[in-house]
Design a protein around this ligand. Structure first.
Ligand code: TMP
Length: 236
């Protein structure tokens, strides 16, 4: 497979065309941003970790019945994925209160919910990714009801899998964000990434944060946290 021209550069990844019109190559960067790009920095080694962790999880999720965009890892930072049009929704699941949930509703972090919550943001940097509900998403024609129901079903399946997998490596899955895409034949598949950039991961005993909150909140030891996740997941 040949890597051709760059199609897109996002905050954390670049996307390249290939000689196959249905396949693109994702190239993970070490660049980190927060607060809609206001805070910028570098997390050395993050691109490699996020690439490997995402591919590891996507392969497991395929086995668990969630279709994904994953095709093949090409190198430490590069992966071939199905070309999709991204559904402009950030799908967020929470098992434990933290982040914008705690801020918005005025509650402490660390409250364990009886059941997971789901919410959507409109993926639109100019508007600052505003929160919206499923009726809003349908009204804005971001997705159909059928697609939203499928996305919710897949998302809870991801939560069930990811939460129990993380528990096995002594990590509490606090919350995470997913994105879905539509393939050229109209199929909804899990896209984007599953990594310490897009999940909150706390050590089950010490509650130490092992995710991007260390960067967002200037807590230090950011690289160590990403490495620790990688070590527990893949022994690397
Ligand atoms: P939040 O508490 O800031 O809404 O974040 C919820 C989860 O979503 C958390 O695991 C971090 C992830 N997330 C992203 O992946 N990208 C984003 O742009 C934001 C705001 C959050």
């Amino acid at each position: 497979m040949e890597k051709l021209q760059q199609l897109y550069e996002g905050k954390a990844k670049k996307v390249f065309a290939t000689d196959d019109p249905n396949i693109v190559i994702v190239d993970y960067k070490d660049d980190a941003t927060a607060f809609n790009g206001l805070k910028k920095g570098t997390i050395v080694g993050k691109g490699v970790i996020n690439n490997k962790m995402t591919n590891f999880m996507m392969q497991k999720l395929e086995e668990a019945g969630v279709p994904t965009h994953f095709v093949k890892q090409l190198s430490d930072r590069e992966t071939a994925v199905k070309k999709v049009s991204i559904v402009p929704l950030e799908v967020i699941v929470r098992n434990i209160s933290a982040g914008s949930f705690s801020k918005r509703y005025g509650v402490e972090e660390g409250i364990v919910f009886d059941a997971p919550t789901i919410e959507f943001s409109y993926k639109n940097d100019d508007l600052g990714d505003p929160l919206l509900n499923d009726y809003h998403a349908v009204a804005l024609k971001l997705a159909t009801w059928e697609e939203i129901n499928l996305i919710k079903d897949y998302t809870f399946r991801v939560n069930d899998f990811l939460k129990s997998y993380m528990k096995g490596i002594h990590i509490d899955l606090v919350d995470f964000k997913l994105e879905f895409g539509k393939t050229s034949d109209g199929k909804i598949v899990l896209a984007d990434e599953i990594s310490p950039d897009t999940c909150r991961l706390w050590d089950e005993k010490t509650h130490e944060k092992l995710d991007k909150d260390r960067f967002r909140r200037d807590m230090g030891n950011v690289e160590d946290a990403y490495q620790e996740i990688m070590r527990r997941l893949m022994g690397e």
